[in-house]
Design a protein around this ligand. Structure first.
Ligand code: MG
Length: 293
């Protein structure tokens, strides 16, 4: 099932993708409950997702073109947790630039993006040349937890995953390098496009076998497969939860493959008018345009 968060008639709803339509359960009085108006409430509630499908009524069905899709979780409760250098070829391509050896990290490198950076599919990314002139792309598989916990074992970890989405971990390289720390350069407004959908885990039998790609203006920049992650999703959850309680609704960006812009010869950065597409097979295609300043 592909779940989304949408605006329809100036109200926010949870919706379910259905071809050229979406089902908006809350439009039917039988499903007009808080969990069908807010994705985080839905994740907390453990609601039966099949119920509105089984009782689908005409009033729920709205043409896709009549809604505005937002990020599946428009405002996460916490920072988005991100893996750095989690694909070996990316660790190698950036080694000289970031003063590392290019070897696979022994422990996961984790940083975060603040919740206000989250934006949706097809939403223009603000571009402020006074703040950042080196905006770079990073296509990533996003993981959304449905069940929290602490000291989650690798063996049980995937049972805590609610679903998957696509994330573009947009990165202001000048800010990231000038300030010696990832957070500011990773947290620009609009710097975390996410979506279009949150695909439930039952539709993705093996999240470590998904093609992942990034294109800018239709030109391929990144092409890999999630099997090349250094720390797989189960290991990431195990590591993150060792000393920190994870919760339903937590979002994890699992790292980007090689092909980012700042290590190219010459370096390439996103410019106003550019269209950047991040795609994970079976999960979705996330498209954003860089706005004019
Ligand atoms: Mg990244």
């Amino acid at each position: 099932m592909k779940l989304g968060t949408c605006l329809y008639n100036h109200q926010t709803y949870v919706c379910i993708a259905e071809g050229e339509y979406v089902l908006i359960p809350a439009l039917d009085a039988a499903f007009d409950q808080p969990q069908w108006r807010d994705m985080l409430t839905l994740l907390d509630s453990g609601t039966d997702l099949q119920a509105p499908l089984q009782a689908a009524s005409a009033v729920m069905r709205v043409p896709l073109k009549e809604i505005t899709l937002l990020a599946p979780i428009p405002r996460p409760r916490k920072n988005v947790m991100c893996l750095g250098l989690n694909y070996l070829e990316h660790a190698q391509e950036t080694a000289s630039q970031v003063g590392r050896t290019g070897k696979a990290p022994q422990y996961p490198i984790v940083f975060t993006k603040c919740p206000t950076s989250v934006t949706g599919h097809n939403v223009d990314i603000p571009f402020d040349p006074d703040t950042c002139s080196q905006l770079d792309w990073e296509a990533e598989l996003g993981v959304v937890l449905g069940k929290g916990g602490k000291k989650i074992s690798r063996e049980n970890a995937l049972a805590h995953v609610f679903g998957y989405t696509v994330i573009n971990d947009l990165s202001a390289r000048d800010i990231q390098l000038n300030h010696k720390q990832y957070f500011l350069g990773k947290s620009l407004d609009g710097g975390c496009p996410m979506g279009p959908w949150l695909v439930t885990a039952d539709e993705i039998p093996d999240p470590q076998a998904l093609d992942i790609a990034c294109r800018v203006n239709g030109i391929g920049k990144q092409a890999s497969n999630t099997r090349h992650m250094i720390f797989d999703i189960a290991s990431i959850i195990e590591w993150l939860s060792r000393g920190m309680t994870l919760e339903a609704g937590d979002v994890i960006a699992t790292g980007t493959p090689s092909g980012v812009g700042f290590v190219r010869e010459p370096p390439e950065y996103l410019q106003p008018g550019d269209v950047v597409e991040c795609e994970v097979a079976g999960v979705g295609l996330l498209r954003n345009r860089i706005a004019q300043p």
